[in-house]
Design a binder for this molecule. Structure first.
Ligand code: HEM
Ligand code: HEM
Length: 201
C-alpha cells in the first residue's frame, strides 16, 4: 500500500492522520462529557477526564500541522460525483469548502482550548505542558501589550471554545461530514469511503 496519495486513493500516511484525528476527537468529546455527566468535582476521575480531554485536544493541534504539510506535498484523489441535481463544479467547490472548514476546526479548537485553560496539561500522564498563563507569550502579548489579566483574556475565548464551537458547531459539522461519507458509500455506492480506508473494501 502506497504511502503517497494517488489519483484513486488516499495513501497510508494521509489515512493514518485522518483516522487518528477522528479517534482523538472522539476521545476529547467522550472525556469532557464523561467529566460533566458522571464525575463529582475535584475527584481523581474528574481530573483524569480533564487531562485526557486536554491531551487529546493538544494532539489534534500537533497532528493538524503534519496534516497540512502532508496535504501540500501530495496530490488529492479525484472527487466522486455527488447528487445529480448539483453541477459537478458546484459539488467539488462545496466539498473543498467543507474540508477547509474541518481544517479550521482542527486548528481553532486546540488553540482556543489551550489559550483559555488555566491549568497545566498532564499530557497522557507522561509529562507536563505548562498552561498559557505561565508562558512568556502570555507575559509579553496579553499582560504587557493588551493589558489584560488571564481571567479577562480567557472569558471570550472560553465562551467560543465551549458554548459556541464545542457544544454545537463542531460535532454538527463532523456528524454532517461522516454522514456525507456514509451516504456516498451506501446510497451512491461510490469510492469516497473506500479511498480513505483500505482502498479496496
Ligand atoms: C479537538 C480539540 C478539542 C475539542 C473538539 C474540544 C471540545 C470541547 C467540548 C465539546 C467541551 C465541552 C463544552 C461544554 O461545556 O458543553 C470542551 C470543554 C473544555 N475544553 Fe476543549 N476541546 C478541544 C481541545 C481542547 C484543548 C487543547 C484544551 C486545553 C489544552 C481544552 C480545554 C477545555 C476545557 C478546560 C474545557 C472545560 C472542561 C469542563 O468544563 O469540564 N480543549 N472542549
Ligand atoms: C467517523 C468519522 C469520519 C468519517 C466516516 C470520515 C470520512 C471521510 C472520507 C470518506 C473522506 C474522503 C472524502 C473525499 O475525498 O471525497 C474524508 C476526508 C476528510 N476528512 Fe473525514 N471522516 C470522519 C471524521 C473526520 C474528522 C473528525 C475530521 C476533522 C475534524 C475529518 C476531516 C477530514 C478532512 C479535512 C478530509 C479531506 C482530506 C484531507 O485533507 O485529509 N474527518 N473523511
Amino acid at each position: 500500500m502506497n504511502n503517497w496519495n494517488t489519483a484513486q486513493n488516499y495513501g497510508r500516511i494521509a489515512r493514518w492522520l485522518h483516522w487518528g484525528t477522528a479517534l482523538l476527537f472522539l476521545l476529547a468529546y467522550c472525556a469532557v462529557y464523561y467529566r460533566h455527566w458522571f464525575t463529582e468535582k475535584k475527584t481523581p476521575e474528574n481530573l483524569i477526564a480533564l487531562d485526557l480531554h486536554l491531551s487529546a485536544g493538544i494532539s489534534v493541534g500537533v497532528i493538524v500541522i503534519l496534516r497540512i504539510i502532508w496535504r501540500l506535498m501530495n496530490k488529492q484523489p479525484t472527487l466522486e460525483a455527488g447528487p445529480a441535481f448539483l453541477a459537478e463544479k458546484v459539488q467539488h467547490a462545496l466539498v473543498h469548502f467543507a474540508h477547509y472548514i474541518l481544517y479550521a476546526i482542527m486548528i481553532l479548537m486546540p488553540l482556543t482550548g489551550y489559550l483559555g485553560t488555566g491549568k497545566a496539561t498532564d499530557y497522557f500522564f507522561l509529562f507536563e505542558i505548562p498552561k498559557f498563563e505561565d508562558t512568556w507569550l502570555f507575559d509579553v502579548f496579553v499582560w504587557e501589550y493588551l493589558g489584560l489579566t488571564f481571567e479577562e483574556f480567557e472569558a471570550p475565548i472560553d465562551f467560543f471554545h465551549k458554548e459556541i464551537m464545542g457544544a454545537w458547531l463542531v460535532w454538527i459539522l463532523i456528524v454532517g461530514h461522516a454522514g456525507a461519507a456514509l451516504y456516498h458509500h451506501f446510497v451512491l455506492k461510490d469510492r469516497t469511503l473506500i479511498k480513505m480506508s483500505k482502498g479496496q473494501i
